[in-house]
Ligand binder design. Structure first.
Ligand code: GLN
Ligand code: ZN
Length: 778
């Protein structure tokens, strides 16, 4: 197999947003789930979206015929697509296969969302991004087979439109490295042990793609950059060596581009891939340094990922050009300009943001502008630096303008962070705090609570939209919100919850809401990025120094508290999460930005306390996801991230109970950090990992309050009293009773009221029965 030349002559991108510029895919998929759109109509909508994407990319300058245009569509998740394509559908969904054994959309959506009593696949973060993938379940009993022709059909669809796309599939090593063992697997089973079987199916997949007209295939192998997976980098490089030896030996296959973004390839993986017979390697030259030259590159295409696929800044295009130029010295047959990762992590188009300040807009690049940058750099490769000098100069001027713009550095903010000392991040003694809080709050054993949000109904969203459009005035909108809070408080009292929340109806999004009320942020109108499945978020753009012009949440919290004698939690989003779910500035260390946000929150906490709020939750669901993939960088990250949380919360009085909420169940490296946050109560996700986090917490010696989520809110399924009771009994066996809190896995805003009320009722019932059955020391 020789590489068709010239490949990617116009530059390439590793992937493009797939949700649609106006979230068309979300609407179609959700309509399908609701029974309002049949499968054929859904497929037609998806095909239209793919066509629109191909046309757009071609119009902006990626070649229709040279495999520059990736085909990276997914209805739900690319890891799930790869798993199901090779037949790894968990046994509990086997009845949903087509009569011929094929795995179609019905099985795919069931695996993603759960069906009846069948729990969905576990969901977790994709490397250090805010995208979530579904964790494949693989055991010794998994039978692999080519179970879907979806990838091939998409290639054929593009060919029919006159475009030679490069299908993008998660590679076999990454698929297995991210998988977990099935329940049926023996202890210690490693999914990677099934590599040869999986690779055999990938070989068949590759020939089907070739037959459909693909000249190249992109196999995404970001596992080869990560040091944070159960498998060590050397083991992953070994697996890659075996996998690609087999795949490249195949006849009738497309040329293979192995893409490893999200960081620098491990030295072992770089060596392995360079030596292998794959026709192309795509590496991240934005985050990673330039690797060593390698003789094995002489017959390969090197896609140099110099345009950052993950942030929204127009950035230093000249620097990108210089890195690209340097990559030409590595000895590859052909160097192509590329993005460092898929562009699925950025919004579509800056030109869709008419409300943004034009000056800020000139500093930005979303997916379409990044495509333009890649096309420009590719022109430089073809025609020389002089041909693109004007574009490089324009980018440099925008960068200079950004450095000089007012608000980017605010002297008052800088003076305050400069004056901080270690004591500012230390709270009082544990025992004193516990006693003061017990006295102030008088909670029962196994206190029940929720994570903060209640369902964001269509009514709430419509009212907010009407307010944004100016159709209802602020007084009317706030009156509506107060009614909503009254309802939610009454409901919680009726359900018998112990610690109440106001329900967050005023918040469109837990980060954007704060961004809208803090200086230094801008919010977008259409800047959606996929979070998981049909869910998208609209990250704010943090462009300047952060400060709080006025209290943000105090009015809502005190209003809610005025309605009930039970404690209502004040609800804030923590500094790390605010950063993680915003597009952050790239011109100063994250730690400096985090301290600025922390100080703004510290002021908010002081105001809440002064207004009589006794429990304040500072959510940090993103603490784990910002963890750097490189082990060497992790300690420094954990240090500044924990410090920023403490800086935000350490001003609280001993009697004020500080809660935090974390949105994931992998405790591994962050367990000490969680203890380091020094929150009085921590709620965490546990339901999808079936309670094993309880054991992790118990073994870590964690001494504060902890609420391991007792049911999964990502799925509409209502948990039974029995299953919640079982989880609580397990918690009560493994942890001291006084530490245990009872709550769902996460906020309820994406759920409907029917399932929410039923689930919470079962939760309160279960807590009551466990409370009665365990002996509670007086
Ligand atoms: N308080 C937030 C909510 O309930 C927390 C959400 C989250 O952790 N993602 O919506
Ligand atoms: Zn959560």
């Amino acid at each position: 197999m020789t590489a068709p030349t010239p490949a990617f002559a116009s530059g390439t991108i590793l992937g493009y947003p797939r949700i649609g510029r106006r979230r068309e895919l979300k609407r179609a998929v959700e309509a399908h789930w609701a029974g309002a759109l049949d499968e054929a109509a859904l497929e037609r909508t998806a095909a239209q979206l793919r066509r629109a994407t191909r046309d757009r990319l071609a119009t902006r300058g990626l070649g229709r015929g040279d495999s520059s245009i990736p085909e990276a569509f997914s209805y739900y998740d690319q890891v799930l697509d790869a798993a199901l394509t090779v037949g790894a559908l968990p046994e509990r969904f086997a009845h949903l296969r087509e009569p011929d054994g094929a795995i179609g959309l019905r099985a795919l959506f069931a695996a993603a969302r759960g069906e009846g009593a069948h729990a969905p696949l576990e969901m977790t973060k994709w490397f250090d991004t805010n995208y979530h993938y579904l964790v494949p379940e693989i055991g010794p009993e998994t039978t692999f087979s080519l179970a879907s022709d979806r990838f091939a059909r998409q290639v054929a669809e593009a060919v029919a439109d006159g475009v030679t796309v490069r299908p993008v599939v998660v590679g076999p090593v990454t698929l297995l490295a991210l998988a977990k063992a099935t329940d049926a697997a023996p202890d210690g089973f490693d999914p990677l042990s099934r590599l040869d079987d999986v690779v055999a199916v990938y070989a068949r997949l590759l020939s089907s793609l070739r037959a459909a007209g693909a000249e190249w295939v992109q196999l995404d192998e970001p596992a080869l950059v990560s040091e944070s997976l159960p498998a060590a980098p050397a083991a992953l490089a070994d697996a890659a060596e075996r996998a690609y030896a087999t795949l490249t030996a195949g006849e009738d296959r497309p040329a293979i581009l192995v893409a490893a973004g999200y960081g620098p390839l491990s030295a072992a993986a770089w060596e392995t891939l360079s030596r292998s017979d794959v026709e192309g390697i795509a590496i991240d030259l934005h985050r990673g340094g330039t690797p060593d030259a390698h003789a094995g590159l002489a017959d390969k295409v090197l896609v140099a990922g110099v345009v950052d696929g993950r942030n929204v800044w127009r950035g230093d295009l000249r620097g990108a050009w210089e890195r690209l130029d340097a990559a030409r010295a590595l000895g590859a047959a052909h160097v192509a300009a590329g993005t460092s990762t898929s562009l699925q992590h950025v919004p579509h188009d800056v030109d869709d943001e008419p409300d943004l300040d034009p000056r800020l807009r000139s500093w930005l690049a979303f997916a379409d502008q990044k495509v333009d940058q890649v096309v420009t750099l590719a022109r430089g490769l073809r025609s020389g630096a002089a041909a693109i000098a004007a574009a490089l100069d324009a980018a440099s001027e925008a960068l200079d303008d950004r450095r000089r713009a007012p608000g980017v550095a605010d002297p008052a903010v800088r003076a305050r962070t400069a004056a901080l000392s270690t004591a500012d991040a230390v709270r009082g003694d544990d025992a004193e705090r516990a006693a003061a809080q017990d006295a102030a709050l008088e909670l029962p054993a196994l206190p029940t609570t929720t994570i903060g949000s209640f369902p964001q109904t269509g009514e709430i969203r419509r009212a907010r939209a009407a307010h944004v459009r100016g159709e209802i005035d602020t007084a009317a909108y706030e009156g509506f919100l107060r009614d909503e809070i009254r309802r939610v408080i009454a409901l919680q009292e009726e359900l018998g919850l112990d610690v109440l929340v106001h329900g967050e109806p005023e918040r469109n999004d837990m980060v954007q809401y704060f961004a809208e009320h803090l200086d230094g942020f801008a919010v977008t109108r259409n800047g959606w990025v996929q979070s998981y499945g049909s869910r998208a978020t609209r990250p704010s753009i943090l462009w300047g120094d952060v400060s709080r012009p006025a209290p943000i949440t105090v009015e809502w919290a005190t209003f809610a508290q005025s309605l009930t004698p039970r404690p209502v939690k004040g609800m804030l989003t923590g500094p790390v999460t605010i950063l993680a779910w915003s597009f952050v500035r790239d011109d100063q260390p994250l730690s400096a930005t985090a301290d600025q946000v922390a100080l703004a929150l510290r002021d908010e906490i002081a105001d809440l306390e002064a207004a009589g709020i006794g429990i304040i939750q500072v959510d940090e669901p993103a603490l784990r996801e910002l963890l750097p993939l490189a082990v060497a960088d992790q300690a420094a990250y954990l240090e500044w991230s924990v410090t920023s949380f403490r800086l935000a919360t350490a001003g609280a009085a001993p009697r004020t109970q500080i809660h935090t909420h974390l949105c994931y169940s992998e405790f591994d490296v962050v367990i000490d950090a969680i203890a380091g946050l020094d929150a009085d109560v921590t709620s965490i996700e546990a339901a999808r990992s079936r309670g094993s986090v309880i054991t992790d917490i118990a073994e870590s010696g964690f001494a504060h309050g902890v609420g391991p989520g007792v049911y999964d809110i990502h799925s509409p399924r209502v948990p039974s009293v029995g299953e919640i009771t079982a989880l609580l009994e397990r918690a009560a066996r493994e942890l001291p009773l006084r530490q245990i809190w009872v709550n769902p896995d996460c906020g309820l805003k994406t759920r409907g009221y029917d399932e929410t009320v039923a689930s919470l009722r079962n939760m309160v019932d279960a807590a009551g029965s466990v409370r009665a059955s365990v002996s509670v020391p007086a």
